[in-house]
Each structure stands twice: as C-alpha cells, then as structure tokens.
Write a protein that binds this ligand. Structure first.
Ligand code: HEC
Length: 197
C-alpha cells in the first residue's frame, strides 16, 4: 500500500512539473499554423460535441415561422457569419484561412446537429476557438431565425445563395451585380463589423 501511495505521489509530482515546464518555458507553440496532433484534435472535437449535446438537450425548439424567418436569418448570416463560415460556392476569406480550428462548413454542421444544438452553439459560442457567442447581443428569437436559415444550407447552391442575396438586397443601396467569389454582398451601413474584403 505504502509503495502504491509513493508511486502515485512521484507520478503526480512529475506530471505537475511537466505542466509547469510547458507553461513557463514557452515550449508550447500557440501559432495557429501549428496543427493539433490527431489525438488532441479528437479530444477537442469530442469534448465540444458532447458539451453542446448535453447542454442543448433541454432546449425547446419553437415552431418554424416560414419564409420570412429564413430571410431574416439569411441577413444575419450574411452580416455575422459569412466572413468565417464561407457561403455556398464561395472561396474562403482571409479570416477563415487564418483560424485554427477552421470554421466548419455550416451546411455540414446543419446535417449532423439538431436545431437545438445549433441554437446553443450560436447563442453561447465555443471557448478557445474563433466562434463568438451571439447571446450577449442578440435575442433568442433572432438566433432562432439564424438557425432556420442554417437548416436550409445543406444542398444550397452558389446560385441559390446569390439569388437570395439579390432578392433581399432590393431597395437597398447596393454595389450592383458584380458578385465575386470571396464574399457575399453586404449593406454599406454594416461595414464596421470586421467583414473581410
Ligand atoms: C470569427 C469567426 C467566426 C464567426 C464570425 C462565426 N463563427 Fe461559427 N465557428 C467559428 C469557428 C472557428 C468554429 C469551430 C469551433 C471548433 O472547432 O470547436 C465555429 C463553430 C460553429 C458552429 C459549430 C459547428 C459544428 O459543426 O460543431 C456553429 C453551429 C457555428 N459556428 C455557427 C455560426 C453562426 C450561425 C455564426 C453567425 C451568427 C457564426 N458561427 C459566426 C468561427 C466563427
């Protein structure tokens, strides 16, 4: 028994010393270009998925409100999400390219996440990644609008996205039809939101 306690004590002291070594020597590379080894990535992804799943389990999903809700959600996505979560058929922005972990394709997320899970992730954000929490600045109803749009992303083509963009831009001052691949068009009045040009 005594040897067991002794071994445990030595192991714990060694682990603590190793941790202090990593913290104080600067040996750990915080650069985004450093890719996590597969076991660390697996641990991070599994932790995230289980954290979101367990917290979203008690969320009641309100009934859908139809096309208008999707249009409203689209506007928010274009202003608040598209610079990181690349729209259908577009190329990645400099922000997207510079983030580690990379912002996932939300069309894929919408397929494997429930509406409640999407809502939880959007409202609360994901710590130690680039994913902000939108709960502090947006009402639940506004976040549900975004969820409604994100649920439409699977299978949406670039043309469908741009058609939606054009339709909702009507009546706004708009740069015209010169869409490029890298970003959705946006309303001038929101230029201060850090959108990558
Ligand atoms: C500054 C960049 C950035 C912005 C802006 C951003 N996100 Fe994210 N988002 C991320 C990153 C990075 C991750 C990946 C986190 C991870 O790997 O754990 C992420 C993860 C997510 C996830 C979890 C996906 C999954 O498959 O687990 C959802 C859902 C999501 N974002 C939705 C949104 C929505 C909706 C918006 C706009 C309201 C938004 N994000 C705005 C960077 C961003």
């Amino acid at each position: 028994m005594k040897t067991m306690i002794g071994t445990l004590l030595i192991a714990t002291t060694f682990a603590a010393l190793m941790a202090l070594l990593v913290i104080y020597t600067g040996i750990f590379n915080v650069a985004t270009e450093w890719e996590d080894p597969a076991p660390i990535r697996w641990a991070l992804v599994t932790t995230r998925e289980n954290s979101i799943q367990s917290r979203a389990a008690s969320i009641q999903v309100p009934p859908p409100k139809g096309d208008k809700q999707i249009d409203t959600g689209f506007r928010s996505y274009r202003e608040m999400c598209a610079m990181c979560h690349t729209p259908p058929g577009s190329t990645d922005s400099p922000i997207t390219k510079g983030l580690n972990p990379a912002p996932p394709d939300l069309a894929e997320s919408a397929e494997h996440m429930s509406a409640a899970e999407l809502f939880w992730a959007i409202k609360n954000g994901i710590r130690m990644t680039g994913m902000p929490a939108w709960g502090p600045t947006h009402k639940d109803s506004e976040i549900w609008d975004i969820v409604a749009f994100v649920k439409k992303l699977p299978g949406m083509s670039k043309d469908e996205y741009l058609t939606l963009d054009d339709r909702l831009e009507k009546g706004h001052s708009h740069a015209g039809s010169g869409h490029d691949d890298s970003k959705p068009e946006k309303n001038k009045s929101h230029d201060e939101d850090g959108h990558a040009h």
